[in-house]
Write a protein that binds this ligand. Sequence first.
Ligand code: 97T
Length: 255
Amino acid sequence: MRVDIISIFPEYFAPLDVSLIGKARERGILDVRLHQLRDWAHDVHRTVDDTPYGGGPGMVMKPGPWGEAIDAVLATGPAEPPRIIVPTPSGVPFTQRLAMEYAAEPWLLFTPARYEGIDSRVMAEYGARTRVDEVGIGDYVLAGGEVAVLVMVEAVGRLLPGVLGNARSAVDDSFAPGAMENLLEGPVYTKPPEWRGHEVPEVLLSGHHGKIARWRRDEALRRTAGNRLDLLAALDPASLDEHDRRLLKELGFPS
Ligand code: 97T
């Protein structure tokens, strides 16, 4: 997969040189290309922002430099343009489903903005030629879209074939279809069996795979009920067995 990123802070993406994503790049699975937006700002100060029409606080990123930068990136690739992803807190939520969708694309272009965002005509212009997604990574405000791009590239990159080893495949991720459907994963433990007086739950040492699976499901339900009422409410009642329903009732969630 090819990934282009246009930003006024290309140095912000140094984390993509290390760990899983760094390894995927070394191995040629992921081709990340960084671009400095200011290379397409032609005044002496290399200005990329201006005051908002209609008034209001902050600054808006000018369409000119973005248009030239995106055109230049598009010209370096095949006729089929990339899917363009514009991070913004007012976008659609980034989810594992969207990560999987992006992982199936041959080419992505991320356009992280600083200030109050990019002049909306840029999204209109490229939206007429390719898919342009305005995407948010959560209900909080960042100083700019760069960190959101790091989040998305990591979530997408680890799904590419050959990036994860067999020992840790993506199929049992919390939010992957086929994992325990829409339940959070419960607690995990490793050696030693006792640490500072805290013991590993005995069932995990029992070797009884049926009991272990049941215990893990109980813990997943407890954690989901405790932390994510939205996920609990969205559970398909048909996916709950008698034991699940009894546990949820004990936890104070009568079906
Ligand atoms: O807060 C932001 C500022 C710029 C670009 C993106 C964001 C954001 O994306 N998801 C949450 C916040």
